[in-house]
Ligand binder design. Structure first.
Ligand code: FES
Ligand SMILES: [Fe+2]
Length: 433
């Protein structure tokens, strides 16, 4: 039995180069410290700008322990307001999304506008002239930034810039966005899959080792398909993208970001992806528009990549296949995952329909992909609670890592670089003062 954590709270000792201590997935105090030291300190993904396109549009989001209202004010600016009434602290907005020019608190009726300014106090005569409405606006999230429509927030007044935080991962965002011929995507706040699983938030995504095992059944079915339009797993009937002999790679970046990099593997299937599209009118138009926008060579690789960056931004965003995935930790053994399918602007309707059907086939609630992931996370959590042998091994491929020109670390697709860089960032943030 281990007493390592409870006695010392030495978080540095819980993450080694090739293994981590299971308490980081199960311990309640560690979870609370993760909220303070990670989620309230670093950059978090908030929402995509297209989710609140018009004045008054709003969406309720969760940033660490902070409930937040994202609004579009009358100047067109995205505001991130802490959803906490300045009277006695009630959440002023309960609807998950909608359009409103005012937010009236349910408790005693104070009213705020889309900038968070207090514009109405019920029974105002009970306050004297010392009461100032301007001093009682909804608090704003201290730092907000965006990259090509992806809005990020930091609850810390100071820290690295968003540009530094994203670093060389920006070119992977571009893979998703530039799969639209006009370089614009749309995320619809009401169109999503929601999953709640009884497991830790750090389990989600970026594992190139598990597909052959957890997803064996669905892979067998997909390998019989000839069409790859919007495919979640590429051209499975030609080549296995999760084989270590393939050109697929794991990749780790600064700040704990990681990806399963399928670019080279898919580039070799560009002709097939384009042939597939050429079979329909919308597809032919899509190919022509992509070539007109990006040139022959880049258009071909963009079409081969299917808009899939397969990128994990530490700690709460993943861009996987054709969706934006938000990870919301609820407790050490409870996590919510929101998956928003991405719609391409500037393409025929049937292109987006096929992408949506492909998304549903793997990630939907009745699909055979994501539900199996949630199941394995729950089984893992139950195993991790037994801390007789408390170390979790992340050593796979440590002996064959290479550093690439952009500074990222890379290795074979099943290697655990992705887990190692996330855990090293976890250690850095949890031990920083
Ligand atoms: S708590 Fe909001 S008006 Fe009283
Ligand atoms: Fe999976």
């Amino acid at each position: 039995m281990t007493t390592l954590i409870a006695s010392s709270r030495d978080y540095g000792a819980l993450v080694k180069e090739d293994r981590v201590h299971s308490s980081i997935f199960t311990d309640e105090q560690i979870f609370q410290d993760e909220m303070e030291r990670i989620f309230h300190r670093t950059w978090l993904f908030a929402l995509h700008e297209s989710e609140i396109p018009k004045f008054g549009d709003f969406k309720r989001i969760q940033l660490g322990r902070f409930p937040v209202i994202a609004t579009r004010d009358e100047t067109g600016k995205v505001q991130l307001l802490i959803n906490r009434c300045r009277h006695r602290g009630a959440q002023v907005c309960e609807a998950p999304r909608g359009n409103a020019k005012r937010f009236q608190c349910w408790y005693h009726g104070w009213t705020y506008d889309t900038k968070g300014d207090l514009v109405g106090v019920t029974g105002a005569e009970a306050y004297d002239e010392n009461f100032s409405s301007t001093e009682h606006a909804l608090p704003k999230v201290p730092r907000v930034g965006s990259y090509r429509g992806f809005v990020f927030a930091s609850l810390a007044e100071e820290g690295v810039t968003l540009d530094e935080y994203l670093g060389s991962t920006k070119k992977f965002f571009d893979i998703m966005i530039d799969s639209s011929p006009i370089g614009e995507i749309e995320v619809k706040p009401g169109v999503l899959n929601k999953t709640m699983y009884r497991g830790n938030w750090k389990q989600v995504g970026m594992d190139g080792y598990h597909p052959h095992y957890v997803h064996m059944a669905v892979f067998k079915i997909f390998s019989k398909r000839e069409s790859t339009i919007g495919s979640a797993v590429g051209a499975l009937h030609i080549e296995d993208p999760f084989a270590d002999v393939s050109q697929s790679r794991t990749r780790g970046f600064a700040n704990g970001h990681a990806c399963l990099d399928f670019r080279e593997q898919r580039r070799s299937h560009a002709a097939m992806a384009i042939d597939d599209l050429q079979r329909s009118e919308d597809g032919r138009q899509y190919v022509a528009d992509m070539i007109a926008s990006y040139g022959q060579e880049h258009a071909e690789e963009l079409l081969a990549w299917h808009g899939d960056p397969h990128l994990g931004l530490f700690p709460n965003l993943q861009l996987i296949h054709d969706h934006v995935r938000v990870v919301i930790p609820i407790g050490p053994g409870e996590t919510q995952v929101l998956m928003y399918p991405v719609f391409l602007k500037g393409v025929g309707q049937s292109i987006n329909e096929k992408r949506l059907r492909a998304h549903e086939a793997f990630y939907g609630p009745a699909a055979a992909g994501s539900p199996d992931d949630a199941e394995i996370f729950e089984r893992t959590q139950r195993g991790l609670l037994a801390d007789a042998e408390p170390w979790v091994l992340l050593a796979r491929g440590l002996n064959r890592e290479q550093v690439d020109e952009d500074g990222s670390i890379t290795s074979c697709i099943s290697d655990e670089i992705t887990q190692r860089v996330q855990m090293q960032e976890w250690k850095r943030l949890m031990t920083a003062h």
